[in-house]
Write a protein that binds this ligand. Sequence first.
Ligand code: HEM
Length: 384
Amino acid sequence: MRDPHSLYQALRDQGPVRPARFHSRLPGWLVTGYAEARQLLGDPRLSKDSARALELFPPGTAGAYASALSAHMLNSDPPDHTRLRELVNKVFTARAVARLRPRIEQIATDLVDAMAPGGSADLIEVYAFPLPITVICEVLGVPDGDRDRFREWTRPFVGATDAEELARAQRELTAYMDTLVAAKRAAHGDDLLSELTRVSDAGDRLSHAELVSMAFLLLVAGHETTVNLIGNSVLALLRNPAQMAALRADPSLLPAAVEEFLRYDGPINIATVRFTTAPVSVGGVEIPAGEFVMISLLAANRDAGRFPDPDLLDLARPAAGHLGFGHGVHHCLGAPLARLEAQIALGRLLGRFPAMTLDADPADLRWRDSTLIHGLHSLPVRLA
Ligand code: HEM
C-alpha cells in the first residue's frame, strides 16, 4: 500500500497481463500495461454485470457483490447501463457542474478560514474529506447532519474488512437509503434524489432497488475518490518543491496539473474489475471466458511505454489520455465535478498557505489498506 508503484513496475516487467487470483481464490488476471488496460476497458466482451458475476463465486463468498445496493450503472452492462446513466448524465456534464463553482469556492474558503496559520493539521480530516462530501450531499439532497455517518458505512465497502462488519454496514446503509428516499417522496425538494424519486414513481425507467443503489453509488463515488485525489496531490507537491513553486507562481497551470496528479498518483487502485464473457486475447495472452480481470489504473498510468519518465511528477507534461477516470462506457460520470473540486481545493489551499510543509516523515505516512482506493489515512501538515 505504501509503495504500489514499485510493485507494479516489477510485475509489469514480467508482462503487462499476468495471472492473479481475484479475492485470493478465483481465477483472474492483473493488467498493468497502459495499452492493454485501455483495450480491455473499451472491450464489450468484458462485463460489469454483478448479477452474472455472482455466478462465478462459490456460494456464500460474494461479499459486497451480493449487496442490495449493487443495482447501479457501474455494475451493469448496456442496455441497462445506458438507461441508468442517461437518467443522471445531464447533472454531471462540464457545463452543469460549472454552475456549482461559486458554491464549491465558498465551501473551500470556509474550510481554509477555519484552519489556523502556524498550526498543524491533518489535511484529510479538515479539508480533503469535508469538501467533496459537502458538495455531493448538497447535489443529492442529503441532510447536513448525516454526512459523518456515511464515512463509517462506506469504509467497509472499500477497505479490507471482515464479512460481519461489511454485512452490518450494508444493512445500515440500505435502511438509511430507504428512509431517505421515502422522505424525498413525501416532500420533493430541488435536488437530484427528489428528481430520481419522481422518475422512479412515474414509470418503468428506474426501479426502487436501482434508485437506492444509484444514490449509494453517487455518494460513495462522490466522496471516497476526490478526497484522495486532493490528499495524494498535496503530498506529491510537498515532496516536489520545484513543482509546488511553479504551480504557486502560475495558478493557470491548475487544470493541467490536476490531470498530471490523476496520472501520477490517482486515487483508484484496482477498483476496475470486470469478467470475460468470451475468450479475449490481450498483451500476448489468451484470457478464457468467465474469468476476472483486474485492471490497475495506477499501474497503467505509470507505463513508460505511454508516459516517458513515468515516475517523475511533471505538471507541464501532456498527461491527457491518462486512465485515472477509466475509459469506455463506464468512464467516470463525475469526472467534470472531480476536476473542478480538485482545482478549486488546491488553488485555495496553496493561495492561503503558500509555505505549508509536511509534518511527518514520508515513511511514517499511513496508507489506506484497500485494493480499491489508493489514499492516505491522514496527511499531517504544518500550515504556513
Ligand atoms: C466511474 C474514478 C469522482 C461518479 C468511475 C471509474 C473511475 C472513476 C476509474 C470507472 C470504473 C470502472 O470502469 O470500473 C474517479 C476518480 C474520481 C471520481 C479518480 C475523483 C478524483 C467521482 C465523483 C462522482 C463519480 C465526484 C460523483 C458523481 C462515478 C460514477 C461512475 C464512476 C457514477 C460509474 C459510471 C458508469 O458506470 O458509467 N470513476 N471518480 N466519480 N464515477 Fe468516478
